[in-house]
Structures are given as structure tokens and as C-alpha cells.
Design a protein around this ligand. Structure first.
Ligand code: NAD
Length: 255
């Protein structure tokens, strides 16, 4: 991947950070992005060799998204690999779902990938190579209660992936989605912590409850397994994989 420029949104933490680290390890120049502390991630990735930069755009704001894409092009060059990874979750019954939380979940999980794609695709077309990988979820393919906004956004992201894959089908730009099951990251840790406080059970029991409900492997998917799939989708072996919604879920969807 030497010479390729990769933007991974939400790469200051969790799955995105592991994807960014793996792409940097493979030689890509990486734009780290996300909210919150980023100094350690920036430092660690810089040790891997390629060029690394960081931008803190809030993905709820289309004008900041434009700044993010322009910053990447000016610092590292045009984007070859776009991983739309940033995502947020909010859990509540639909009648009690705070409307601003609905708007935020839709903005970060669905509208941001649209904006970054529309701003990035023209230069990929010009150079006739690109990879757009949308980190959706099993919740892009099936639902769970209390997650209406997340399920709606992730189903939307899978549909968006297919539409853009068709629009680019005769080019060397491929567009795919990855649909993970449970991965132990801050996003899921929050749901475990909620169970611990509501039900007075241990964190280990709360984590096992999540797995027993949905994931027959009874093991969390690891961020590294997702990063390895991203690397595969970036490789020439994956040239014909287009518009896929590739589940990596310990058997969640096989039931
Ligand atoms: P995480 O909470 O560890 O990381 C989320 C990242 O998104 C962070 O870098 C954060 O700064 C960034 N972010 C959040 N809101 C933002 C905003 N408004 N503007 C800019 N950046 C923002 O989450 P994660 O578990 O690593 O999730 C990464 C992706 O994987 C998400 O799209 C999530 O929906 C998806 N996913 C996660 C799981 C799981 O079990 N963890 C399962 C399926 C899908």
C-alpha cells in the first residue's frame, strides 16, 4: 500500500484505530480522524514509518467534513482508500428516543459517509482507482429493539454502499460494507456498563449476556480481524467484490 493515502474516520479509538494502524503498517499514508484524545495514536502511528496527519472534524457538520477532505488532500494527497468507520449508538424505545440523538446517529453513521464519498469519489474516478469501505454492522442487515436510529442508519449505509458500488461498477473503484457483530470497543463497553448498573451483575457476566443473546461463537470479533478484512478488500484479490455487505459476526446472522 506504499504511496496510497487512506482516510479512516473515527480512527482515534476502537475499530478505526486498529484499521488505521494496520493500513499504516502496510505502508499507506494515513489521515487519523476523530474526537477526543488523539496524541498517543498519532505518536504510535508515526513510528510505523509512513506519513500520518490528524484532523478533528465533527462529522455532524457538513462544512467540517469538507474541511477534513481538503485537509487530507493538502497534507497527504488525494484519498485512495476511504474507510467510513466513525459511528455512534444510542439506545432507547422509539417513543422516548430523544430527537437530537436520532439526528446525531443519522448524521454520523449515514450522512457523513455520503458527504465524504461525494467529495472523494471524483478524484478516485480521475485516477481510476479507489477503495471505499463502509463499516456498517449486523444491524445493517437485521434489527434489535431499542436501536431504531442505529438500525435505520446502518441499513441505510448498506443500501448506500450498493448504490455507489453500482455507479462505479465499471471502474477500478470498489465500494463495500463490512458488517461486524459484537466487538469489544468503547461503543460496546458503554452497553455493558449500562447492564452492570441496571441489573447489578458483574462486567464479565454482562459481556457474556450480550454474546449469548446474539453471537453463537461466544467470543467478541476483534478489531484486528476487521482490519485484516479491510486490507483484503483493498488488495487486487478483491477487485470483483462490489456492493457486498460482508458480515463478520461469530455466526450472528446464520441463526
Ligand atoms: P468507538 O466508540 O470506539 O469509536 C468511534 C469513533 O468515532 C471515535 O474515534 C470517535 O471519536 C468517532 N466519532 C464519534 N462521533 C463523532 C463525530 N460526531 N464526529 C467525528 N468523529 C466521531 O466505536 P467502535 O466500536 O470502534 O465503532 C466503529 C464503527 O464500527 C462504528 O461505525 C460502529 O457502528 C461500527 N460497529 C461497531 C461494533 C461493535 O461491536 N463495537 C459492531 C458493529 C459495528
Amino acid at each position: 500500500m506504499r504511496g496510497k493515502v487512506a482516510l479512516i474516520t473515527g480512527s482515534t479509538s476502537g475499530i478505526g484505530l486498529t484499521i488505521a494502524t494496520e493500513l499504516a503498517r502496510q505502508g499507506a499514508d494515513v489521515l487519523l480522524h476523530g474526537l477526543g484524545p488523539h496524541e498517543k495514536a498519532l505518536h504510535d502511528l508515526s513510528l510505523l514509518g509512513p506519513r500520518i496527519a490528524y484532523h478533528p472534524a465533527d462529522l455532524r457538520c457538513p462544512n467540517q467534513i469538507q474541511e477534513l477532505v481538503e485537509f487530507c488532500s493538502s497534507q497527504l494527497g488525494p484519498i485512495d482508500i476511504l474507510v467510513n468507520n466513525a459511528g455512534i449508538q444510542f439506545v432507547a424505545p422509539v417513543e422516548q428516543f430523544p430527537t437530537h440523538q436520532w439526528d446525531d446517529v443519522l448524521a454520523v453513521n449515514l450522512s457523513a459517509p455520503f458527504h465524504i464519498t461525494r467529495l472523494t469519489l471524483p478524484s478516485m474516478r480521475l485516477r481510476n482507482w479507489g477503495r471505499i469501505i463502509n463499516i456498517a454492522s449486523v444491524h445493517g442487515l437485521v434489527a434489535s429493539p431499542l436501536k431504531s436510529a442505529y438500525v435505520a442508519a446502518k441499513h441505510g449505509l448498506v443500501g448506500f454502499t450498493k448504490a455507489v458500488a453500482l455507479e462505479t461498477a465499471s471502474t477500478n473503484v470498489t465500494v463495500n460494507a463490512i458488517c461486524p457483530g459484537w466487538v469489544l470497543t468503547p461503543l460496546v463497553q458503554k452497553q455493558i456498563d449500562d447492564r452492570v448498573s441496571k441489573r447489578n451483575i458483574s462486567p464479565a457476566d454482562a459481556a457474556m449476556e450480550l454474546l449469548v443473546e446474539k453471537q453463537p461463537s461466544l467470543q467478541f470479533v476483534t478489531p484486528q480481524q476487521i482490519a485484516d478484512l479491510v486490507v483484503f478488500l483493498c488488495s487486487p484479490h478483491a477487485n470483483s467484490i462490489r456492493g457486498a455487505a460482508w458480515n463478520i459476526d461469530g455466526g450472528w446472522l446464520a441463526q
